[in-house]
Ligand binder design. Structure first.
Ligand SMILES: Cc1cc2nc3c(=O)[nH]c(=O)nc-3n(C[C@H](O)[C@H](O)[C@H](O)COP(=O)(O)O)c2cc1C
Length: 180
């Protein structure tokens, strides 16, 4: 089983810590895992040409997105993680989401498992908006959302000290890669 994690944080901070813990849980159950940091990729904003929606291929933008789409399609489960920015996902996560529009048209993510990770500096009510945005995105792709973890943490590294959140992330990793 292949479990792919997508991090929408521009820094190596709380989102990455939580995603790594989910992947650790999945690996413990035998999954092959990979973390992709969107900040390390060149992803242009969607220009609404929309050829991709019909053909799944002819996007005129030349960047890292086609390779990333291959990874998404070959994964069995995808964990989407983002910091909460103004009660939403980060800008780089939103660019990524928009560029998967073609996969909605061709249905290539349908029935895959999805999980979400959201973290913000304010209270969990605030972070819920970010979690909802990620979950609705996965549902638009007709993925099965099997679980989520959200956390309140401001400084990079802070969430790694939160034993409850780290345990929930590990458990989520176990859940998306059940032992046979
Ligand atoms: C541009 C920007 C906007 C933010 N907006 C919010 C917000 O609306 N709500 C919130 O709870 N935290 C907000 N934060 C705080 C981050 O979500 C918080 O620091 C989080 O831990 C960052 O995760 P990271 O370490 O994975 O980057 C914002 C941070 C930035 C840089």
């Amino acid at each position: 089983m292949k479990v792919l994690a997508i991090s929408g944080s521009p820094r190596k901070g709380n989102t990455d810590s939580m995603l790594k813990q989910v992947l650790k849980g999945a690996a413990e159950n035998g999954a092959e895992t990979e973390l992709v940091r969107l900040a390390d990729k060149k992803i242009e904003p969607c220009r609404a040409v929309c050829d991709c929606f019909e053909t799944d291929s002819e996007c005129p933008l030349k960047d890292d997105m086609p390779k990333l789409i291959e990874k998404l399609v070959s994964a069995d489960a995808i964990v989407f993680g983002s910091p909460d920015y103004f009660k939403n996902v980060s800008g780089i996560m939103k660019n990524f989401m928009d560029r998967t529009n073609g996969l909605c048209g061709t249905g290539k993510l349908e029935e895959k498992q999805a999980a979400t990770i959201a973290v913000g500096g304010q209270d969990l009510k605030n972070v819920q908006f970010c979690e909802n945005a990620l979950a609705e995105f996965a549902k638009d792709h007709k993925m099965n959302v099997v679980g989520s973890v959200k956390a309140s943490a401001e400084e990079a590294g802070e969430v790694a000290e939160n034993k409850e959140v780290m345990a929930a992330c590990l458990e989520l990793g176990h859940k998306i890669s059940p032992k046979k």
